[in-house]
Design a protein around this ligand. Sequence first.
Ligand SMILES: O=C(CO)[C@@H](O)[C@H](O)COP(=O)(O)O
Length: 252
Amino acid sequence: MAPKAIIAPSILSADFAQLGADCARTMDQGADWLHVDIMDGHFVPNITFGAPVVAKIRKHVDRPAEKHGRGTFDCHMMIAEPKKWVREFQKAGCDLYCFHYEAAFSSAAESPEAKTTDARTNPKDLVRYIHDCGLLAGVALKPMTGVDVLTELLESPDPKERPDMILIMTVEPGFGGQKFMASELPKVQALRKKYPDLNIEVDGGLGPGTIDQAADAGANVIVAGSAVFGAQDPAEVISLLRSSVEKASAQL
Ligand SMILES: O=C(CO)[C@@H](O)[C@H](O)COP(=O)(O)O
């Protein structure tokens, strides 16, 4: 049995002109977490928003930690310098700080500017730093990155170096509304087989037509943007996603 189902609508598909209200409504419609996509225009070819906006929208969600548990503000950091922003996001109310494995060693992190900001961080040190800041730590993988890079982290003898969640991208990060890449599911299967208790998140192209494949592979944290925010009845979609994960998890 995999860990509990967590449905995390991606607010990338919300109406940015009324983000607070959209976030509050999504939680009322049955979401467990809010998936907050942070894009810097360097690591991905798109820009969203930063910590000040997270601080503002958090005020619209009623007692997130008490009502929904740790992790509610699930910040997916699609940024070239993940270490630089941990404190800012912690102060803004982020609960789970999920950085891209690729970002720690990306070419952007090799820039002269990055060198001065301590951006060239070993992923293990970054997980430890995120934990030291009091946050849950997630590590995300783009489609081209294999899961073997995670072994050292997930099997570290030091719990502070072990991520609380792995995010397997099922699209190239950067935009909502893309086609689901089933080719990424063997990564989910391999992780679930090795780590039965691990929170495994999938993100990109998830909705009623693709959820069963992801759930059967062993994903338990489901990000869905356009499928939830574009639905006639978002509560029904959230409930359907949850049922699919619960059904698959009972059979694992
Ligand atoms: O991180 C990303 C895109 O980079 C995702 O969170 C998408 O925003 C998910 O959107 P849908 O594919 O569900 O519309």
